[in-house]
Design a binder for this molecule. Structure first.
Ligand code: ADP
Ligand code: TRP
Length: 330
């Protein structure tokens, strides 16, 4: 469906940190929405590579992660003609404005931010200052582009709220520059469950990766932890069913549910059905990714062009900030 430019009234912005292989949680909670929103909105999507440095400390690894994520997005249908797709580190204004907002950020606000709080609660004494000020960089990522909407997973909502707080604080202190963005959390996929029944996350090692090899994908799906209900017994909707329901249509969902209730179907069969569904869903994207992998020059060019566009907005916002704070004298 084609849309006219008049409909692109709202500006959407989101970023994803390159930290590992994209999984169903990332796809449903973030990436898919980002790609879909390019149709009707002015869309800024970026690779938050500076944020990755809080944990990644290896050159080849970081480079690989950045390229992987760029490939993932383009394979999933992100259209660089419709969306501005770029790397955070290509825009120096992100780090420059982080200092300005750091100087407005109360320490307790960051002490309460969950990434830092969780790490501190675990007794981690090696937490770096980057992890502590992570939400400030993220606030700048958002505010610098003055978006209306920031689509994120539930776990990032607090960070968007911090961005709103800091925007308000800047505006009250120095004068109106920033727009207060709204977080947008897709309801149907607020928290995708992983193979062990808790939230799907790279850090729990319970993911189903959307671009894994067939063999690896099979291993992940067949590894879903189930209870010990015998084959003959009726079964309650479980992790397999939940994951299946994201990709199946109403009829297919009802069918699986019926088989669960009737008994006689083992979890092994249900997993096979899920595996087929996932394979079918992601097949075109996987093929596209293989193609793109052979044309990395194109991928790097896309990011470069995206950075040039993003920088126009970022440098304009920086000029306003420099003006309001007193850093620019003329
Ligand atoms: P991970 O927890 O695997 O490290 P990230 O923190 O890098 O994933 O998340 C990247 C994006 O994907 C974020 O917008 C996040 O909210 C979303 N996301 C991650 N895991 C899930 C999940 N299980 N359900 C829904 N969204 C998720
Ligand atoms: N912190 C986000 C995550 O872990 C990634 C991110 C960085 C982001 N900057 C952002 C998301 C700005 C939305 C807007 O997923």
């Amino acid at each position: 469906m084609s849309t006219s430019h008049h409909n692109k009234t709202k500006r959407i912005l989101s970023g994803v940190k390159p930290t590992g292989k994209a999984h169903i949680g990332n796809y449903l909670g973030a990436m898919r929405n980002h790609v879909n929103m390019q149709q009707d909105h002015e869309n800024f999507i970026f690779i938050a590579d500076l944020h990755s440095l809080t944990t990644v400390k290896n050159k080849a690894e970081l480079q690989g992660l950045i390229i992987d994520l760029a490939l993932d997005y383009l394979a999933l249908g992100l259209d660089p003609k419709k969306a501005v797709f770029f790397r955070q580190s290509d825009i120096p204004e992100h780090t420059e404005l982080t200092w300005i907002l750091n100087c407005l950020t109360p320490m307790p606000m960051l002490e309460n931010a969950h990434a830092y709080k969780d790490a501190a609660a675990k007794g981690n004494k090696e937490i770096n200052a980057g992890t502590f000020t992570y939400p400030v960089l993220m606030a700048v990522d958002i505010l610098i582009y003055k978006p209306d909407i920031v689509p994120v997973g539930k776990d990032q909502k607090q960070h968007v709220e911090i961005a709103r707080d800091l925007a308000g604080k800047f505006n009250r202190t120095f004068g109106e520059v920033f727009k207060l963005p709204e977080p947008y959390i897709p309801k149907e996929a607020a928290v995708v469950i992983g193979t062990d029944g808790q939230k799907m996350s790279k850090s729990y090692g319970n993911t189903i990766e959307i671009f894994a090899s067939d063999k690896e994908l099979k291993k992940q799906v067949m590894g879903i932890i189930t209870d010990s209900t015998p084959i003959e017994a009726p079964k309650a909707p479980d992790t397999i069913y939940q994951l299946y329901s994201y990709f199946a249509n109403e009829q297919e969902k009802a069918d699986l549910l019926e088989k669960y209730q009737a008994g006689g179907m083992g979890y092994g069969d249900a997993k096979k059905q899920l595996l087929e569904k996932i394979t079918e869903t992601f097949k075109p994207y996987r093929q596209e990714r293989e193609k793109l992998k052979n044309d990395l020059k194109y991928v790097m060019d896309v990011l470069k062009t995206g950075a040039e566009k993003a920088r126009e907005t970022a440098s304009a916002t920086k000029a306003e900030v420099w003006d309001k704070t007193g850093l620019s004298i003329s």
